[in-house]
Design a protein around this ligand. Structure first.
Ligand SMILES: [Zn+2]
Ligand SMILES: [Zn+2]
Length: 356
């Protein structure tokens, strides 16, 4: 079955909540960054902005979808932010009940993800907004890497915060180890797939240092950083309802990877497994009783490649591909890291293939 790849960003705020741009600004930024789709996720509001294809200057098009990031604003701290994709109607009425909220998203054919489930506050920005409601069911997955959460963790003093704001590529390293451990633990414990996503959490904050004014982390910058690459069964083009369903289904089914594209483009990454005549893509599962499974992981450039089973490293290799045959059951996932600016940095996180 041929698969079609497209790239987008799924965590961004406009001035309808605490961002500074309009939907049109975000669309222009997504076009500049070369994204195929964009899901805008304002806090606790789903503005009545038309979804659909928007055309850029050179005939490039981007699909704009309106999602929502919902949490209970009466709670302190205002934690447990839920990213809601594929919703047609506002689900904010369920903000005080995370389970009812997830159910409402699923009833609309959407997909719900825990936003920044792990956070590290600092003395400068001490507010932590992790996920706290662990007894819920029916969520699609978790945001393992949130650009703004990582930036927040770097604001340990004003000079370091300023350096990280001006030269973020020197500072951004990857998901918090606790977030990866959480993903692995949930994936292993839970019967269902736990899909990993990564988001920019773009706001385009306006900062002031004395007379200096600057937009820190503009939208078009962030839309080149932590993106989602999705494989769909049909090309993402044409009818809006069909495209929304294709995209949300690929996200919910884990047929996608998190790519830190400004480190190096991650388009063309593949993680799949073969067992006899059967082929499994990211997010799929295979029956362990049918014999050994051969995993293939390929990335578009030299990297440190790692294959993990139930969160434990089982093989690693340097280069742009890795193949491994295994007969254990478990949750297999693949990741790639690269060296840049003297540091090892996260590059690709592929969603798991489960052997049961
Ligand atoms: Zn949030
Ligand atoms: Zn957000």
């Amino acid at each position: 079955m041929p698969l079609y790849e497209c790239a987008g960003n799924l965590h961004a705020h406009t001035r309808h909540s605490d961002g500074t741009g309009s939907h049109e600004d975000l669309v222009q930024a997504a076009l500049m960054a070369g994204l195929d789709w964009l899901i805008v996720t304002d806090h606790n509001v789903r503005p009545a902005v038309a979804e659909g294809w928007r055309e850029g200057a050179k005939g490039h098009r981007v699909l704009l979808l309106i999602g929502e990031e919902v949490h209970d604003t009466r709670r302190q701290p205002q934690a447990s932010h839920l990213l809601c994709f594929g919703v047609r109607q506002d689900v904010n009425a369920h903000a005080s009940d995370p389970q009812a909220l997830i159910d409402a998203v699923n009833e609309q054919g959407g997909a719900a993800f825990f936003a920044h489930p792990v956070e590290h506050g600092t003395r400068m920005i001490d507010e932590e907004l992790p996920w706290l409601d662990w007894d819920v069911q029916g969520y699609a997955g978790i945001e393992i890497w949130n650009y703004m959460s990582e930036f927040k963790s770097l604001t340990t003093h004003p000079l370091r915060a300023a350096c990280a704001a001006f030269l973020p590529e020197l500072f951004i390293r990857g998901p918090f180890p606790e977030a990866l451990a959480l993903w692995d633990r949930l994936s292993t414990e839970r019967q269902a797939l736990v899909v990993a996503i990564g988001g920019a959490d773009a706001h385009a904050f306006k900062a002031r240092w004395g007379p200096l004014r600057r937009t820190i982390f503009p939208y078009d910058f962030l839309f080149r950083t932590i993106n989602m690459h999705v494989l769909t069964e049909e090309p993402l083009s044409g009818d809006l309802d069909r495209c929304r369903a294709l995209l949300v289904r690929a996200l919910r089914n884990g047929r996608c990877w998190v790519g830190y594209d400004s480190l190096a483009p991650t388009a063309g990454t593949r993680f799949y497994a073969l067992q006899g005549d059967s082929e499994a893509q990211m997010g799929d599962s295979l029956p362990g009783a049918r014999g050994p499974v051969t995993f293939h992981f390929a990335v578009p450039g030299g990297a440190e490649l790692r294959l993990l089973r139930n969160g434990e490293l089982i093989v690693q290799a340097k280069g742009n591909s890795l193949t491994h045959t295994d007969s254990h059951t478990g949750v297999y996932r693949a990741e790639a890291w690269r060296q840049a600016w003297g540091q090892r940095r996260a590059w690709v996180f592929a969603n798991p293939i489960r052997v049961r």
